[in-house]
Write a protein that binds this ligand. Structure first.
Ligand code: FMN
Length: 374
């Protein structure tokens, strides 16, 4: 039988689960990960050069999570201690995040990491919202003010990551939940696996993923952020790499070398994505819902900051969290949530949660500081 690329892909899809099991065979041929790339690349152009401490503060800020790993931030350096953090319009996700809600949450996480890192270097970061709405370009103003050094393990920021596979079904312990709840200050709710509400969230997460998988504009937008080949990943240092999508071993090698991002638009790939999401959604110890007081830029930035503080604590306690956002992006999901909850209960994150036996090292890539500083 002659095997052209199309039939090769078809066979690959059919054999997907079989290949997934062959993981260890080709572990030597792995994809590019964060530790393969130096973070001190200075190939960008800075109008005001930053010293090592300030570069390190911004590097740690950039380890924040973001939807599709779009890293939607830029930083305008006014002076050594005065910066503007903005939302880069070329990094928006209009098909799934038309109002920049998720961009604001990601900028909040960026701001939180920035404040923590600044504290360890003896600066208080005074961060104020300057944007009037979430579609503005300049969002936050940062002033670094000399202050007493805070004792915070910055390694925590470097080790946080989104994990999707390998969740245990154990319920989250009360002591851990109390710790994770502290930064959220009343805006975190936990639904243990098996409860009626957890089942409802799980089914909604799967259903809205399915709806989004059929929306061409959303899938084309996703394709723009998929970095399958190592060279592409190295050149762009953003988006979703094969390692970041947790496609490992023989399957990962195949995807890196033979699959094109546009293949994700094929019905077979879409179906496989839905099946995988359904499998993942059934793993773990339940769901966390993070809510906010309102929908202003300040509310979203504050929620992103609190979310990041929680995510850093979760990593320390061997707890994985996986945002599953389609429920909050699709009209059907948004309407269903609005119809069944009070108006002041505004969910901003739906997170699958679970303990891990072993926490992996972070793999998602980041642009070097000089690439996002102006
Ligand atoms: C607002 C927001 C929404 C996200 N939504 C999803 C999602 O729906 N599915 C998913 O797998 N990951 C989601 N993520 C996780 C990102 O894909 C992840 O943060 C990014 O790839 C960088 O990886 P890291 O968190 O390991 O650093 C989301 C993250 C944020 C901040």
């Amino acid at each position: 039988m002659k095997l052209n690329r199309r039939s090769f892909l078809k066979h690959f899809l059919a054999a997907g689960s079989l290949l997934a099991g062959a993981g260890s065979l080709l572990s030597a041929c792995s994809g590019i990960t964060r530790s393969d790339l130096p973070n001190a690349d200075t190939s960008g152009k800075l109008t005001v050069p930053l010293d090592e401490i300030r570069t390190s503060i911004l590097y740690h800020a950039s380890l924040a999570p973001s939807g599709h790993n779009s890293q939607p931030w830029f930083v305008k350096v006014i002076s050594q201690n005065e910066w503007i953090i903005g939302a880069d319009p070329s990094r928006r996700l209009p098909a799934v995040d038309p109002q920049n809600r998720e961009t604001m949450l990601s900028l909040g996480a960026f701001a939180e990491n920035l404040a923590l890192a600044a504290g360890t270097f003896g600066f208080k970061a005074a961060i104020t919202v300057i944007a009037e709405d979430s579609l503005a370009r300049d969002i936050l103003q940062v002033s670094l003010v000399p202050a007493a050094t805070i004792d915070y393990p910055l390694q925590r920021v470097a080790r946080r990551m989104t994990v999707k596979n390998g969740y245990l079904s154990t319920e989250i312990k009360k002591s851990d939940l109390d710790a994770l709840s502290t930064p959220l200050n009343g805006h975190l709710v936990y639904f243990p696996a098996g409860t009626e509400h957890a089942n409802c969230i799980r089914e909604g997460a799967i259903e809205n993923f399915r709806i989004q998988a059929q929306r061409d504009d959303a899938q084309r937008e996703l394709v723009n952020w998929v970095r399958l080949g190592n060279e592409d990943a190295r050149r762009r240092r953003d988006g979703l790499t094969v390692e970041g999508m947790e496609i490992r071993g023989l399957k990962g090698w195949f995807v890196r070398n033979f699959v094109q991002p546009e293949d994700f638009l094929q019905p077979g790939f879409r179906r496989q994505g839905i099946d995988q999401t359904a499998t993942l959604a059934r793993q773990g110890g339940g769901w966390l819902v993070i809510t906010s007081r309102g929908q202003t830029v300040a509310d979203l930035i504050e929620t992103g900051r609190r979310f990041e503080r929680m995510a850093l604590l979760a990593r320390e306690r061997n707890i994985a969290i996986h945002p599953m956002t389609q429920y909050l992006e699709e009209k059907a999901g948004i309407n269903q949530i609005a119809a069944n909850h009070q108006a002041n209960m505004i969910p901003q994150f739906l997170l699958r949660v679970g303990y891990l036996n072993r926490y992996p090292e972070p793999v998602s890539l980041r642009r070097p500081v000089s690439w996002f500083v102006q």
